[in-house]
Design a protein around this ligand. Structure first.
Ligand code: IMP
Length: 194
């Protein structure tokens, strides 16, 4: 049993002013402390729900990867992780509505307890496509954990079992989320001045 009782996850995050931006940041919507606090709460809920089972946390590349790496350290029960990659937005701000599977999971999910870990649910088209694809493979259970949701922008209904934050219908970057593949490294969720 490790003896380290550090209550918080420490991360190699730089002072915010040191992050170099080629577009000004209009506002910070969710700061690092709020993200940390909420992710710890989600980690507790998820651990309580899946205790005694061995869930498979599935992250959707690339946007979901920062969230997954923090969330998995907030989950205290043993679990597996896997990744898949989809394309939906062609690097811009608008949803194309077309989703393609670029890279599949490395593991079978049949009879597994699967938790999809999404960065953001916007129109819901991506998640709805993905849930249909995964349900065909007959997992024991299939739940969704999303860091952010823009309910105002929804085009199809999707159920989110664990939600970090509800946000307004604005295009956000940081903490894994990109604009033209940039700004995923920011340790906060912000709105660019585009
Ligand atoms: P949906 O299919 O419209 O729900 O979009 C889901 C995907 O679009 C997310 O997984 C993100 O990759 C991307 N996305 C949606 N909204 C934003 C945003 O505000 N910033 C960055 N990416 C976004």
């Amino acid at each position: 049993m490790p003896t380290d009782t550090t209550p918080r996850i420490q991360r190699p995050v730089r002072p915010l002013a040191e992050y170099e931006l080629d577009v000004p940041m209009r506002s910070i919507l969710i700061g690092t402390d709020a993200l940390n606090k909420r992710i710890l709460e989600l980690g507790r809920e998820i651990s309580d729900h899946y205790r005694g089972r061995l869930p498979l946390l599935v992250s959707i590349l690339k946007g979901g990867v920062v969230f997954l790496t923090d969330l998995m350290r907030a989950v205290s029960i043993p679990h597996h992780i896997d990744f898949l990659q989809l394309s939906s937005y062609a690097g811009g701000k608008e949803s194309s509505g077309t989703v393609r599977l670029l890279s599949d999971l490395g593991t079978s999910i049949t009879n597994r307890d699967v938790l999809l870990v999404e960065d953001i649910v916007d129109t819901g088209l991506t998640l709805s496509y993905l849930l249909k694809q995964l349900e065909i493979r007959e997992p024991s259970s299939l739940r969704v954990c999303a860091l952010l949701s823009k309910t105002e922008a929804r085009k199809v209904h999707v159920q989110i079992d664990y939600l970090g934050f509800e946000i307004p219908d604005q295009f956000v970057v940081g903490y894994g989320l990109d604009f033209q593949e940039k700004y995923r490294n920011l340790p906060y969720i912000g709105v660019l001045d585009l």
